[in-house]
Write a protein that binds this ligand. Structure first.
Ligand code: DX5
Ligand code: ZN
Length: 227
């Protein structure tokens, strides 16, 4: 697919050199910076927040794709919007009022999306399709980088692709379909064939730096494998 977007997850980057790391992935052709926010409540891990988003914002032109693994969600939305986030996604079970949270994200000028865990059914999308700019399917249980891709994501991707295509055929807006977890050169082709247009890759990208610290080789390898 010519429109494939690759979103390196900085969860696997060198946090001591984060500015350099995001500049390096942009130079290597990354389409988005995937920014994993964990709160040690919704998921059993603790990562980065709006201050870090604000700190990396001036280092890159590409959009910052904020994946909120936090509960509750709403109070963080204005903070991330102010910190320069472009896309904000959250897990529906982490918000009491999913429709309201989606509206809140758009009201703050960001693209909005829902993230579905491997065991979360697609039903939750039914009544909010018109409020979605992105659907993110987790292909691992959220909380950690470097986990193995869960194969049941593939039929789920095909079903989601059908939902999106139907929505568009009926005059609805475009919705990006992103996959997150365990994406590598050896499985990206079947992930894209199943309907994903945006692939997060954390350990695959940041675990494979070129000798000069760039990421051109792995980014090219992912695109070639997907083609
Ligand atoms: C997991 C995160 C992912 C993770 C992906 O909860 O949402 O974005 O960083 O890492 P890899 O690509 O290593 O599975
Ligand atoms: Zn993520």
């Amino acid at each position: 697919m010519s429109t494939l977007r690759i979103a390196p997850s900085i969860l696997s980057a060198d946090f001591a050199r984060l500015g350099e790391e995001v500049r390096a992935i942009e130079a290597a052709g990354a389409d988005l910076v995937h920014f994993d926010v964990m709160d040690n409540h919704y998921v059993p891990n603790l990562t980065i927040g709006p201050l870090v988003c604000e700190a990396i914002r001036p280092h890159v032109q590409i959009p910052i794709d904020v994946h909120l693994m936090v509960e509750p969600v709403d109070s963080l939305i204005p903070l991330f919007a102010k910190a320069g986030a472009n896309i904000i996604t959250f897990h529906p079970e982490a918000s009491r009022h999913v429709d309201r949270t989606l509206s809140l994200i758009r009201e703050h000028g960001c693209k909005a999306g829902l993230v579905l865990n491997p065991a979360t059914p697609l039903d939750v999308l039914a009544h909010v399709m018109d409020k979605l700019d992105m659907i993110l399917l987790m292909s691992v249980n959220p909380g950690f980088g470097g986990q193995k891709f869960i194969d049941s994501t593939l039929p789920k991707l095909r079903q989601t692709r059908q939902l999106i295509d139907k929505h568009k055929a009926e005059g609805g807006q475009d919705i990006w379909l992103e996959v997150d977890g365990g994406v590598k050169t050896d499985n990206i082709q079947k992930i894209v064939a199943a309907g994903a247009d945006t692939c997060v890759a954390g350990s695959a990208v940041f675990g494979a730096p070129d000798a000069d610290g760039g990421y051109h080789t792995i980014m090219k390898a992912l695109r070639q494998a997907a083609a």
